[in-house]
Design a protein around this ligand. Sequence first.
Ligand code: 9D3
Length: 250
Amino acid sequence: MHIEVVTLFPELIRAGLAEGVVGRALTGGLLRVGTEDPRAFATDAHRTVDDRPYGGGPGMVMKVEPLGSAIRACAGRLPRGSPVIGLSAQGRPFTQQLARRLADLQGMMLVAGRYEGFDQRVVDELFDEELSIGDYVVSGGELPALVVIDAVARLLPGVLGDAESAEQDSFGDGLLDWPQYTRPEIWEGHVVPAVLQGGNHAAIRRWRLKQALGRTWQLRPDLLSARALTGEERALLDEYCAGVGIDPPR
Ligand code: 9D3
């Protein structure tokens, strides 16, 4: 997978990719990430990359010519057909489903905005789509671009080890995780649930599934509504709800 990022802060992108799973994907050659700084295409003595909004008002807008030139330079390095994705608060919400779709591509371009955002003509003429990472305000598109890269990179074949990726095809799909515990058995008077200390693997599996279902219903009922339940899941969730004294889903 080849990703190009258009950004006024290439160091921020580099720093965000250096560690952990994504860092390994880069050094291992499973992922390639390049950056292009619109400032490199600014033509005036001050290397200007922003300008005042038509119509007035506070803030600045990313200047069109340097941004357009940086996007075209990146496009020339990417496989044909790679989508150009702008990161903006006006974008479509980024989801795991979209991360899976992007992970199937050979390449993509991520364009990070700064200031009040992009000139709408850049959006209309050069972007294939705009993505947001959620309903809160961050200062620019760089952290959102890193979120997209991280979510996509960990889905690429070979990036996660066996132990990490086994998690992905467990019944946890579409549910919150079950509670995890490690040693010691008693910490400041608080014990690890007894079922996890026995070797009854069928009982452990049922307990974890029940916890995952119950926590999802308590904390994120929207996720459960979007997911069908098997007969076993329905029964385990009813048990969980009875245990904590809440109503199960109808
Ligand atoms: C919505 C607030 N705007 C009022 C005029 C100002 C503004 C805030 C933040 C303009 C641009 C930005 C920068 N944000 C992003 O570039 C961004 C973002 C975000 O803020 N939230 C969630 N996802 C994203 S993706 C890019």
